[in-house]
Design a protein around this ligand. Structure first.
Ligand SMILES: [Zn+2]
Length: 217
C-alpha cells in the first residue's frame, strides 16, 4: 500500500491534478453472481464474498480497459484507483482519471458530452431511464425519509436535493456545477417523486454497459 501510495503521488507530481473521479460499485444482481448463488438454496450474497469480489474485479478490469482504450472521456494518461470494502458492504472502487493535456480544461459543452445529471427521456431511451432509476437516483431523504443514512442533524450530508441549474458552469478553481434543468421528467421510487435535483452524475454509455452504480464527476 505504501508503494502504491508513493506511485500515486509521483503521478500527481508529474501530470498534475486529476480530471475525472469515478465510483464503481458492485451490483449483487449481476448475472455472473446470481447464477452461482442458485447452486445452494438459501445462499445469499453476503455468504459469498469470494464470488462477489471476483466478479467485481473482472468487471473493474473491463472498465479500466475501456477507460484506457475506448477514450469515452478523452485520452487517459494515468489511472489511480483504490478498492474498498466496508465491513460486509459491497466492493466498490474509487477511480481517478488523468487526461492528456489536450483534453484538460474542458468547456461546459465538453462536460455535458461526458456526463449528465438529468433523467433520460423514458420514450427515447427506455433502457437508460430504467438504469438511472435503478442505480443513479440519490435515495429520497429529507422530510420524506429522515432515517436515510445520508441524514445528519436533519440535513442531507450529500447536499441533495440540489438546485435547478439551466446550464453547466465552471466556478472558481475549475469545479463545475452541472446542468439540472426543470424539464418535467421525474422518477418515482418508494412512492416518492424525484426530479433532476436528485440525480447522481453519470455517463450514460458506461451506466448501460456495466449495470451498476457508476458515478462520474
Ligand atoms: Zn440525502
Amino acid at each position: 500500500m505504501a508503494q502504491n501510495y508513493q506511485d500515486a503521488v509521483a503521478i500527481c507530481r508529474k501530470v498534475g491534478y486529476l480530471d475525472l473521479f469515478m465510483t464503481f460499485t458492485c451490483n449483487p444482481k449481476w448475472f455472473e453472481i446470481t447464477q452461482y448463488l442458485e447452486f445452494i438454496e438459501g445462499q445469499n450474497v453476503e455468504d459469498r464474498p469470494d464470488i462477489i469480489t471476483r466478479v467485481f474485479k473482472i468487471n473493474l478490469d473491463e472498465l479500466l480497459h475501456d477507460l484506457r482504450h475506448e477514450s469515452h472521456f478523452g485520452r487517459v494518461i494515468a489511472i489511480v484507483y483504490t478498492i474498498k470494502f466496508q465491513k460486509r458492504g459491497l466492493s466498490h472502487a474509487h477511480i481517478l482519471l488523468f487526461l492528456d493535456s489536450k483534453d484538460k480544461c474542458p468547456s461546459p459543452a465538453d462536460i455535458d458530452s461526458i456526463l449528465t445529471t438529468e433523467i433520460p427521456d423514458p420514450h427515447e431511451d427506455p433502457i437508460a431511464y430504467e438504469d438511472v432509476k435503478q442505480f443513479m437516483m440519490h435515495e429520497s431523504c429529507g422530510y420524506a425519509n429522515p432515517r436515510s443514512p445520508c441524514m445528519v442533524n436533519d440535513k442531507c450530508t450529500k447536499h441533495f436535493p440540489t438546485k435547478i441549474y439551466e446550464e453547466t458552469t465552471i466556478v472558481e478553481e475549475g469545479f463545475p456545477i452541472y446542468r439540472r434543468r426543470n424539464d418535467g421528467k421525474t422518477i418515482v421510487k418508494i412512492g416518492i417523486t424525484l426530479d433532476n435535483r436528485y440525480v447522481v452524475p453519470y455517463n450514460v454509455d458506461s451506466l448501460v454497459k456495466y449495470q451498476s452504480q457508476l458515478n462520474v464527476e
